[in-house]
Design a protein around this ligand. Structure first.
Ligand SMILES: Cc1ncc(COP(=O)(O)O)c(C=O)c1O
Length: 400
């Protein structure tokens, strides 16, 4: 039903069964039109035009409402990765060799490598909480690793491999009890579940617009305003300064402090239309729709004894991602066959090598859904998987 709102699916050459929304979603017409509108009607540099500045300001207010955040807490970035790097850099000054940073095995590299890097710069210890065979965080292990030395907790809202959703409310509360700062990677959560930073009570939260029906090139970093004033920016340049003198300079107040250079205002404007699109459907409807599809995929795929599912044992609703493998067939080989049958899935380690190591596999095939998917996409995937099982039955392919 919603496929009609997405021009991508009207192009004959494009695959109809797009099951790779976790990598990037397709864009509704309203978002595509907004980019064109921006350049037709509004284009000017916000640093020099009051009207362009006003548009940016309105976009910030709308984004803040979407997150239930204060306007000053919303920083425009390029993507989730940039937001997480900005925060890791900003917090590095608070760390010393006695301190610990707690991450988990299920993190995307974007929420793992920046912490590994600042741990090595500062002498702090990177502590990694374990996942189980479903890719779910082992809560007891996480809790046992949270201690007085832990200064930063960095955590995904949802795994991009197994769709496992963490119990953020409980984990954030526990982290704050130990006076830790909490960074949430919400790249796979926004657009799939309600994000309310006020209620979550997190200190930082990052995501990408392009994974929630918005354009490429814009992301959001939420920084709790009380903390933001104490933090130093990663990028230096135009638009983020107070006073510049020969030997030292002062920074503008947040959020501009973290927005050096000219922002991609067209993408920001497009993101606000993606927010409108999500609101017009309603997050509850999205959750119900996607859950039905993922449950159907679990039901269908688990009927094949040759298939191993890597899917959260926890999430009954609100899951939009799951992974699988076919015996010892390399995931790239299986994905290649599925892609040839017009089913777009992703294969590999999904930028989550620590999780692959924990699961003891080199990679998976991942399917991920968006509001435009329908049961027929899953049925077609299942049909293509059956054909692939037959195809590979007599061939010897292995992981190594
Ligand atoms: C959980 C998670 N975090 C971070 C990212 C990084 O997103 P981006 O490449 O848009 O910065 C991704 C991308 O797949 C992701 O799935």
């Amino acid at each position: 039903m919603y496929k009609d709102s997405f021009p991508f699916f009207k192009h004959q050459e494009n695959p109809y069964h797009y099951l790779d929304s976790a990598a990037t979603t397709q864009k509704p017409q309203s978002v595509i039109s907004a980019i064109e509108d921006y350049y037709l009607k509004y284009n000017a540099n916000p640093h020099s035009s009051a009207a362009a500045q006003e548009l940016l300001d309105q976009s910030r207010i709308k984004t803040a409402e979407f997150l239930h955040a204060e306007k000053q807490g919303v920083v425009f970035t390029k993507n989730a990765t940039e937001g997480l790097n900005i925060i890791a850099h900003a917090l590095s000054g608070r760390l010393g060799s006695q301190d610990e940073i707690l991450v988990t095995e299920l993190e995307h590299h974007s929420n793992f490598l920046p912490w590994q890097a600042i741990a090595s710069q500062t002498g702090a210890k990177l502590v990694i909480a374990k996942t189980d065979k479903f890719g779910d965080l082992v809560t007891d292990d996480w809790l046992s690793k949270l201690n007085q030395k832990t200064k930063i907790v960095a955590l995904s809202a949802v795994s991009n491999v197994t769709g496992s959703a963490n119990d953020l409310n409980m984990l954030i509360k526990e982290a704050h009890r130990k006076n830790c700062l909490v960074v949430i990677d919400a790249a796979q959560a926004t657009g799939h579940q309600l994000i309310n930073v006020h209620q979550l009570d997190c200190d930082f939260l990052a995501f990408s617009g392009h994974k929630m029906y918005g354009p490429l090139g814009v992301g959001i970093l939420y920084i709790r305003p009380e903390i933001a004033k104490e933090l130093n920016p990663l990028y230096l340049g135009g638009g983020m300064v107070g006073i510049v003198s020969d030997n030292n300079s002062s920074w503008a107040l947040p959020p501009e402090r973290f927005e050096a250079g000219t922002i991609d205002s067209a993408a920001v404007f497009g993101l606000t239309k993606a927010i409108d699109f999500i609101k017009s459907i309603g997050i509850e409807t999205i959750i119900q729709h996607e859950s039905k599809l993922i449950n159907l995929a679990k039901e269908r795929l688990s009927k094949h004894p040759e298939i191993t599912l890597y899917s959260s044992a926890r999430s009954k609703t609100g899951q939009s991602v799951l992974s699988f493998n076919l015996n010892s067939v390399h995931p790239h080989d299986l994905a290649f066959v599925l892609n040839q049958k017009g089913i777009i899935v992703r294969s590999g380690d999904h930028c989550a090598q620590p999780l692959m190591k924990a699961l003891g596999i080199p990679g998976t095939v991942r399917l991920s859904v968006g509001i435009y998917n329908e049961p027929e996409d899953i049925q077609s995937l299942d049909g293509a998987v059956s054909e692939a099982i037959d195809l590979f039955a007599n061939r010897k392919t292995t992981f190594s």
